[in-house]
Design a protein around this ligand. Structure first.
Ligand code: SF4
Length: 339
């Protein structure tokens, strides 16, 4: 295996090359991705991010997967106004005590309005940074003066996902264009804010679409610092409610391919993790994922619980002792077997 070739930073990826990596035999793909991961990261380090919905529902965009879109009227969701900054900062402090290093705040907006709303978000970011945590926000489209102000108060990263390939995008969202997304990403980058940008698999896209999305990300200079890889969580009342869940190994392939084409980025195992068992999650970590969202919900969809995450982290970080795998001595194993 040529590990040097698989760990070099490149920005000239072609979709066909990425597709060829994605289609490798699984063990070869995961092995290469793990080597690339080890060349750029501490393999024992797992970033824990916490995600809070600071303004929920009523979004004018029509993203087909999203329960927060006002277009999907059959979704059962309680709309909530923008939260009070003091409450958000309190919750960040709680997340920090639970081990989170990054606090991500999501608002269901097409774009953030100047004035009271934006001022409140700026206050939240400043408060989270004052706790010594990394701060990330997702607020929809952003104007240059807003990016500048967020940079001034120390925003670490801006989350703005591409969701899917340019080719498939129109099947998922019609209220904005791919170019709108790219423009906001360029604006954010121009103020020195890191990018958190990835996508979702399992929405009916082809494997080439997955490779094409990765090609868009991997040809950015520099690569996005964080790349969340999500599996669709179908929500009743959304247009994608009836989609069958993906095979967990598709997520492993996507994570491994993302790791190979953006070897220095943080690859975050995001939505859809709750449907993976412990071993499938660990396989994703071996394939190069090195960040997880830590908490019970991801904006509005269920996530793995904190207790399960603590078990996962213990399973990968504690030295092995003889007897660890017997159900008698490992209560977590016993609980799973009984469930
Ligand atoms: S994904 Fe974001 S932009 Fe799209 S409908 Fe949901 S909240 Fe709005």
């Amino acid at each position: 295996m040529d590990t040097s070739a698989s760990s070099a930073l490149r920005h000239d990826w072609k979709t066909d090359e990425i597709l060829a990596l994605h289609e490798l035999p699984l063990l070869e793909l995961v092995g290469m991705a793990n080597a690339a991961h080890r060349a750029h990261h501490d393999p024992n380090r797992l970033q824990k991010a916490s995600l809070l919905s600071i303004k929920t529902g009523g979004c004018p965009e029509n993203c087909a997967y999203c329960p927060q879109s006002a277009h999907h009227r059959d979704v059962e969701l309680t709309r909530e106004r923008l939260m009070d900054p003091a409450k958000v900062i309190d919750m960040a402090a709680t997340a920090r005590s639970a081990g989170a290093e990054r606090f991500c705040m999501g608002a269901a907006w097409r774009q953030v309005r100047d004035g009271r709303d934006f001022d409140a978000v700026v206050e939240m970011v400043a408060g989270v940074r004052a706790l010594g945590m990394e701060a990330c926000v997702t607020l929809g489209m952003l104007k240059p003066h807003q990016a500048e102000r967020l940079a001034e108060v120390g925003l670490t990263a801006y989350n703005h996902n591409l969701d899917t390939s340019p080719e498939f995008y129109g099947k998922i969202i019609t209220t904005r264009t791919y170019q709108d997304r790219l423009d906001t990403l360029a604006t954010v980058r121009s103020y020195g804010i890191e990018l958190c940008c990835g996508g979702i698999i399992g929405m009916g896209e082809s494997v080439r679409d997955r490779a094409s999305m990765l090609q868009t990300l991997a040809t950015m200079v520099p690569h996005p610092e964080s790349v969340p890889i999500n599996a669709l969580v179908p929500v009743a009342g959304t247009p994608l409610a009836g989609r069958a869940p993906i095979d967990p190994l598709e997520l492993v392939r996507m994570v491994a391919t993302a790791r190979l084409v953006m070897p220095a980025s943080i690859v975050r195992l995001s939505a859809g993790r709750s449907s993976l068992n412990r071993e499938a999650q660990i396989l994703c970590l071996i394939a190069g994922a090195n960040s997880i969202f830590y908490g019970d919900t991801l904006l509005t969809t269920p996530n793995a619980g904190i207790g399960e995450d603590a078990e996962l982290i213990a399973a990968i970080s504690t030295p092995f002792r003889a007897g660890d795998l017997s159900s008698k001595e490992n209560p977590s194993h016993q609980t799973r077997a009984e469930a």
